[in-house]
Ligand binder design. Structure first.
Ligand SMILES: C[S@@+](CC[C@H](N)C(=O)[O-])C[C@H]1O[C@@H](n2cnc3c(N)ncnc32)[C@H](O)[C@@H]1O
Length: 199
C-alpha cells in the first residue's frame, strides 16, 4: 500500500554534503539520536549510507507519521521507529547515545527550546560522544552571508522567537551542558556543521 511521505526539497539538496561530514565524524559504530527529524528524509538517507550506525529519529508528535512513512518504506533494521521528543516538554530517552544530530532546528526553536536541546544532548551523550548541529549560524554577532541575514530577517518577521543563532551563544549552552567545541565545518549555501564532543 503506497504511503504519503512528506518531502522537503532542501533536505534532498543538503543531505550529501552533510553525509560527507557524518561519514568522517560519526566513524565508530554507535547509536544516533536525531532531534527535529522533520520529514524523515535525512534519517532514511543516513541510516542507509551509514550502516554502522543505529539511527533513532525524533521530533514533535505531529511529525512522526511522516517520519514513520519514510522509515516503513526504507525497511532498514538500523533505522528505528521515530520517538516523540519535544525538547522542552517530552521526556528524553533514558539510554546513552554515542552521537546526537540535528539539522535546521535552532533557528526555528524559540530560545528556551534551544537551551533545552543542549541540556538534553548533554544528558544523553555518552562519554566521547559527539553532537553535530547543521544550519546557518552567525559568528560574533555578524551574519556570514547576505542570504543568511535575509533569512534571519524573514524568520524574525514571521515569529520574533525564531532567528539565526550566534555560534558563541550556542557554545555557551554547550559548555553549560558539559560539551566541548570540536570544530566548525563549512558546507554549501552558507551553512555549517558545528561539532561538540562530550569529554
Ligand atoms: C526546518 S525543520 C528541519 C527538519 C529537518 N531536520 C531537516 O533538516 O529537513 C525544523 C524542525 O524542528 C522541529 N522542532 C521545532 N521545535 C521543536 C521542539 N521544541 N522540539 C523538537 N523539535 C522541534 C520541527 O518540528 C521541525 O521538524
Amino acid at each position: 500500500m503506497p504511503s504519503e511521505k512528506p518531502f522537503a526539497p532542501a533536505a534532498e539538496q543538503n543531505r550529501d554534503p552533510i553525509l560527507t561530514v557524518l561519514r568522517e565524524r560519526f566513524r565508530a559504530p554507535g547509536r544516533v539520536l536525531e532531534i527535529g527529524a522533520g520529514t524523515g528524509q535525512h534519517a532514511v538517507h543516513f541510516a542507509a549510507s551509514l550502516p554502522h550506525l543505529d539511527w533513532y529519529p525524533s521530533d514533535v508528535a505531529e511529525n512522526l507519521p511522516g517520519v514513520e512513512a519514510w522509515r516503513r518504506d526504507a525497511a532498514r533494521s538500523n533505522l528505528h521507529p521515530p520517538r516523540a521528543l519535544d525538547v522542552l516538554r517530552d521526556v528524553w530517552p533514558e539510554g546513552r547515545f554515542e552521537y546526537a544530530y540535528s539539522a535546521n532546528t535552532v533557528h526555528i526553536m524559540h530560545w528556551p527550546a534551544v537551551e533545552a536541546l543542549f541540556a538534553g544532548v548533554g544528558r544523553v551523550l555518552a562519554p566521547g560522544g559527539r553532537f553535530a548541529l547543521y544550519g546557518p549560524f552567525a559568528h560574533d554577532g555578524a551574519h556570514t552571508a547576505a542570504s543568511n541575514a535575509r533569512f534571519d530577517q524573514m524568520l524574525r518577521a514571521q515569529d520574533p522567537g525564531m532567528g539565526v543563532r550566534d555560534r558563541a551563544d550556542l557554545d555557551a549552552l554547550a559548555a553549560a551542558a558539559g560539551l566541548e567545541s570540536e570544530s566548525v565545518i563549512d558546507l554549501p549555501a552558507n551553512n555549517q556543521i558545528l561539532l561538540w564532543r562530550c569529554p
